[in-house]
Design a protein around this ligand. Sequence first.
Ligand SMILES: Cc1cc2nc3c(=O)[nH]c(=O)nc-3n(C[C@H](O)[C@H](O)[C@H](O)COP(=O)(O)O)c2cc1C
Length: 413
Amino acid sequence: MEKDPQRFQEIIEEIRTAEGVLWAFPLFSLLVSSQYKRFIELIRERNAVGAFQSRYAAVLSTSINFYDKTAHGYIRAISEDLGMKYLGFYSANMNDLMKAGERGRLELFAEQLVDITNRAAARMYNPLNHRPVSLPLQPAKRPVSIAGKKIVVLTDVQPHQRHLQAMINRFTDSMDGEIAVYNLYDLDVKGSCLGCLRCGFEYRCAYTGKDGFTDFYNSKVKTTDVIVIAGAVVDRQLSWKWRQFFDGSFFNCHTLSLVGKQIAFLVSGPLSQLPELRQVYEDWMEIQQCNLVGFVSDEADCAGALEESLDTLAARLIRLADSCYVRPQTFLGKAGMKIFRDDIWGGLRIVFRADHKSYRRLGLYDFPQRRVGRRILVRLGWFITGLSGIRKRFPGLIMAQTVLPFQKVLRQA
Ligand SMILES: Cc1cc2nc3c(=O)[nH]c(=O)nc-3n(C[C@H](O)[C@H](O)[C@H](O)COP(=O)(O)O)c2cc1C
C-alpha cells in the first residue's frame, strides 16, 4: 500500500463510504505489527483523516492475550484522534475460533456492533499537546567515564527531528568513552516480520542470510551492557521503524535476549500524556528481566532541566551497570512470564522448540506443582489448620506464625 499510492487511495475511498471500520489484527510485540502501524501513520501523511471522521470504530485482535490491552488502548486512542466513534473491542485468543462457546461470543459481539442501542463510548484519550523545550542544548561540562562498559544507542532519528538529535548528542556527550550509535534506517533490513514462525526451531529468521538484522541483534544488541532507545513519538507510539525492530527481534521467540542489561529511553514527544507508550516498554523490559532505568523526554521546563536529566541518566546507567542491578519484577513481568511459561509448555513448544529447551535450561518452568517439598508442607498445613482445636485458635495464631520464619533471617542480618 505504501509503494502503491493508488491502492492506498482505493482503500481510503472504501472507508469514506463505510459506516465503520473494524481494526482487525494479530497482536505483535504488545501492539500492532510494524506494517499495520505504518498504515496508521500513512493516514496522516497522506491527508486521509477525513475518510475516518465520524465513522464507527471497533477492534478485533487475535493473540495469546499477552498485553492485548496495550494494543487495544492504542487503537482506541488512534480512532479517537481520527474523530471516530469507538464501540468496543474483542480480544480473541488465537485458538478461540475452534471453540463453539467462543464462536457464539464473537457472534454476540458482532451483533452489538450493529445494534442501534449501542452508543459510542465517550472519548477516553485526550488530544495530545506537545511543547518541547527550546533548543539548543549545551555540551556536557563533566562527562562521566563509561568505565569499560559497552553502550549502544539505537535510534530511528530523521534529519528533521532536531529535538531527538539534540538529546542524543547531549546524552553521548555526557559520557566519556566510546558509544556506538546505530540508526535503524541504516541497518540492512529486507523486510518486516512475516509472522512465519520459522524462528521457532532454532532462532533462525526467514530473513537470516538474506539481510543483516539477526547478525546485528546478536552481535551488537545482545552483547552490550547498556541500551539507549531514542525515538520520536509518531501518533501515540514510537514509529513503525521501532515496531519493525521489536517485531524483528522475535527471531528470539519467547526466549529472553536482554537479561541484565540497563535500558533507557530518550523520547521526543508528549510522553507525559502517553502512559500507554511507557507501559508497552515497561512491560517488555520487565519480561526481559533487564533494568529499565528511565525515560527522558524533551518536554522539560527548560533546556537546562533537560540537560540535567540527560546527565543524570547517563551517570545512573553507568552506576547501575557496575552494580548489575535489576529491579524486581512487578505484576507486569510476573504475569506475562506465566503466560509464556504455560502456553509454551502447554502446546506452543511444538513450534517454539528453541524456547522449550531454553525454558527448561533456565528453570523457567517453575510450576508450583513441581515443588514436591512445598506441596507436602502445604498438605500438612492444610490438614493441621483443619483440626477443630487449631481452627478455633487459628485467627489468633496467624500473625505470629506468618512472621516467624522471617525472624530467623532478620536475626542473622
Ligand atoms: C512477531 C510476533 C510478535 C507477537 N507478539 C505477541 C504479543 O505481544 N502478544 C500476544 O498475545 N501474541 C503475540 N504474538 C502472537 C500472535 O498474536 C498470534 O500468532 C496471532 O494472533 C495468530 O494469528 P494468525 O493465526 O492470524 O497469525 C506474536 C507473534 C509474532 C509472530
